[in-house]
Design a binder for this molecule. Structure first.
Ligand SMILES: *Cc1c(COP(=O)(O)O)cnc(C)c1O
Length: 421
């Protein structure tokens, strides 16, 4: 979002932000396709290998139009549920371009996914053994846990020793024994060490562990290094240096292919990196409330629509779109949910009055996809800005949506009359 210095109004890819908000109402999610395209291109430019595949981790933002955009850019899809696979197919992805990376799902769900023909990532030894015995012909990928403690937050650091994800690197002898005995076709190895990796060296250290695993499988076609790419959440925040990372990673991967004597495919599965910064969340200020110690700005939204700040302390920049050049003041921004739902304490925002429109940045990843109907509120509409045009890509919910699946059986709860004799 940019301030147009002539009109003094904020614009998203050249489109007036307040006009979009007037047209569709608040609360509202708006996505800028140009940012997604630019992020995708940054990645593919940075990774200079013969065969590269970026599988978009769609749990970040599952709108079908966003999936189509990424498919048309050449991405594959990373799905973590049967339903995400179905969304991917709906968006037009070929089954073989979808990698299914589930954790703690039933054998029934895995087998249903296999019927659809997607790539399967195996996350535990028991499942590997079961698959080897029951589906000896299917090609599988193995998710390895290299036990690297990385990432900014314990909730999203999934590679360490106590993590529930993947097959421990220490269990590789058992994996090899199963694969050999059952003559399994292992076409890929995978790791996903966690979000918010800033230290390129830590990532490369973990990648060496995965290369060592990869050497053990003759049928190998791809190595999937997961994600962990950090984007800026604050103006002076730090992000993964994708260009430096890409250069070093590509060199190692190319060396590895030379060593193995074949061209493997290098895979990554970013979610946040591709879509976070493309998203803007707009809400209106219902009340300005001064207490003894604090000035609260109360919005027409809450953690039902944007839960990241309350759920894991995430920071989202907040700006007053209605008053771009006003004098800065300090506000604590809260939602309308009947539980404490603070979006940000003591935020410097240009002077606010009731009815002003606020915008949350970085609202593309894990925002709408985590939204709920808590407090029986409708989930917001979603709009895509593409080449100067705005497109509604999800309607705001209505009361019908709230009661659609409720069943109202004919039960009389009224007190029964007792017959007196
Ligand atoms: C969530 C997830 C990702 C994406 O993580 P980001 O931090 O959004 O890039 C990638 N791979 C797997 C297996 C995941 O579960």
């Amino acid at each position: 979002m940019q301030l147009n210095s002539q009109s003094n109004r904020f614009e998203i890819a050249g489109v007036d932000a307040l006009q979009i908000v007037e047209k569709y109402g608040t609360p509202l999610f708006v996505y800028d396709s140009a940012k997604i395209i630019a992020q995708y291109k940054r990645m593919t430019d940075a990774l200079t290998v013969k065969q590269l595949r970026i599988n978009y981790a769609c749990k970040a933002l599952t709108n079908i139009t966003i999936l189509k955009l990424l498919k048309d850019l050449g991405a594959g899809l990373d799905a973590v549920s049967y339903q995400e696979i179905k969304l991917g197919l709906e968006a037009g992805f070929a089954a073989q371009d979808i990698v299914y990376t589930p954790n703690s799902v039933s054998i029934e769900e895995l087998e249903a996914a296999m019927k659809l023909g997607v790539k399967i990532n195996i996350d535990n030894i028991e499942m590997l053994e079961y698959m080897g015995i029951n589906h000896p012909k299917y090609a599988f990928c193995i998710r390895v846990n290299p036990h690297i403690m990385a990432g900014g937050n314990a909730n999203i650091s999934v590679g360490h020793i106590d993590s529930k994800f993947g097959i421990s690197i220490h269990q590789m002898p058992l994996v090899e024994r199963l694969v050999d005995t059952l003559k399994m076709n292992i076409e890929g190895v995978h790791m996903h060490t966690g979000s918010d990796i800033l230290d390129v060296d830590v990532f490369l250290y973990a990648s060496n562990i995965l290369f060592n695993v990869a050497r053990k499988f003759d049928d190998l076609k791809y190595i999937d290094f997961g994600s962990g790419f950090k984007v800026k959440y604050k103006p002076h925040g730090i992000e993964t240096d994708i260009e430096q990372f890409g250069a070093e990673m590509s060199k190692r991967f190319n060396d590895f292919c030379a060593e193995m004597g074949k061209d493997l495919t290098l895979m990554f599965e970013p979610g946040k990196f591709l879509v976070s910064e493309s998203g803007y969340f707009f809400a209106r200020t219902n009340v300005i409330k001064q207490t003894t110690s604090t000035v609260f700005a109360g919005l027409d939204t809450g953690f039902n629509h944007l839960i990241r700040p309350m759920f894991y302390g995430a920071h989202h920049e907040i700006m007053n779109v209605s008053n771009p050049t006003g004098k800065p003041k300090i506000y604590t921004v809260v939602g309308y949910i009947c539980e404490t739902d603070t979006f940000g304490w003591n935020r410097k925002i240009t002077e606010l009055k009731e009815g002003d429109v606020l915008c949350f940045l970085n609202a593309g990843a894990y925002c709408f996809s985590m939204a709920s109907n808590y407090n029986s509120r409708y989930r917001p509409a979603e709009v895509l800005i593409h080449e100067g045009q705005d497109y509604l890509i999800r309607k705001r919910e209505t009361f019908e949506d709230l009661i659609r699946n409720q069943v109202n059986p004919e039960i009389s709860f009224a007190e029964k009359e007792t017959t007196m004799s």
